[in-house]
Ligand binder design. Structure first.
Ligand code: CP
Length: 302
């Protein structure tokens, strides 16, 4: 692998290799000295054209734990504001002898476009509503850690599937690893191409919860709702919001996930998000080890 642009075009073997390497790095992160010299010769630029908390910080921490040199670029305080293009921006960063680019961009396909023009490794940290491959890998790692395996497990992805880059990457990764996947939400927030994805489709949240071993709840992407997909947040919460009471009355073990940031009281009540069902903060913790593994594997490939 030279780049990690998405999950669609990587193999099951690539995914298994990254998860195994992440397990080793998770063990490193439990030690008093959490740093290894693996990327001592490597310089990485984190290039973020969209806001981020978890992805940006865990990439930066992963890079520092691997002893890489790190620079951070934020579009809002850069010369992009003066009209500089994406390609010019990245080529100027690479002129400073940078080896890898971690990029988040609002446009679908932005990292794929870059990959055609530059020689450095590129990691897609989220491109518009398309893919978020590192989130899918940390989600798979977290499910495997909690349930022992992904093969044969039932995973329901619930919420705003239409605007979610996590949904598509999760579907590809989970299916490659042998899980059954369901998507659930109001029909207006399910993409038209959903039928081509080989997933079950459900509009009743309680039925989805009864079916699954893992409920991965996605946030309503308020910043991407140019038109009204549902009457109000209150109504969305009433029909599609998940509460602890709903999880408790299932009479089975269920794993609750969310990629963050959570809209508390909309897709998840606070008591559900903070309940014993939730592995949301484990996902965040695992993000560092998984991103260390991705950086390490790409550096080996180069
Ligand atoms: N899950 C995720 O991508 O969160 P951030 O937008 O905070 O990076």
């Amino acid at each position: 692998m030279k780049h990690l642009l998405g999950i669609k075009n990587i193999s099951k073997e690539n995914i298994i290799q990254i998860l195994a390497t992440a397990q080793n790095f998770k063990e490193v992160l439990q030690r008093p000295i959490k740093k290894v010299p693996s990327l001592r010769e490597v310089t990485i630029a984190n290039v973020f054209f969209e806001n981020s908390t978890r992805t940006r910080l865990s990439f930066e921490l992963a890079e520092k734990r691997l002893s890489a040199d790190v620079i951070n670029f934020s579009a809002s305080s850069s010369s992009v504001k003066k009209g500089e293009t994406l390609l010019d921006t990245v080529q100027n960063i690479l002129a400073m002898k940078v080896d890898m680019i971690v990029m988040r961009h609002a446009s679908v396909g932005a990292p794929h476009f870059l990959a055609q023009h530059i020689d450095a490794n590129i990691i897609n940290a989220g491109d518009g509503t398309h893919e978020h491959p590192t989130q899918a890998l940390l989600d798979c790692f977290s499910i495997q850690e909690k349930l022992g395996t992904i093969e044969g497990k039932k995973v329901a992805i619930i919420g705003d599937i239409l605007h979610s880059r996590v949904a598509l990457s999760d579907i590809f990764a989970l299916q490659k690893l042998g899980a059954e996947v369901m998507i659930c939400g109001p029909l207006t927030l399910l993409p038209k191409y959903a039928y081509a994805l080989g997933v079950k489709i459900e509009t009743d949240v309680m039925k989805a919860l009864e079916w699954c071993d893992v409920a991965n709840v996605l946030r309503i992407q308020l910043e991407r709702q140019q038109i009204k997909y549902f009457p109000s947040l209150r109504e969305y919460s009433l029909y599609f919001g998940i509460t602890k009471e709903m999880l408790d009355k299932l009479n089975k073990e269920i794993v609750l996930m969310h990629p963050g940031p959570i809209n508390r009281g909309v897709e998840l009540s606070s008591d559900a998000a903070d309940s014993h069902h939730s592995i949301i903060l484990d996902q965040v913790e695992n993000g560092v080890a998984v991103r260390m593994a991705i950086l390490y594997e790409l550096a080996q490939g180069k």
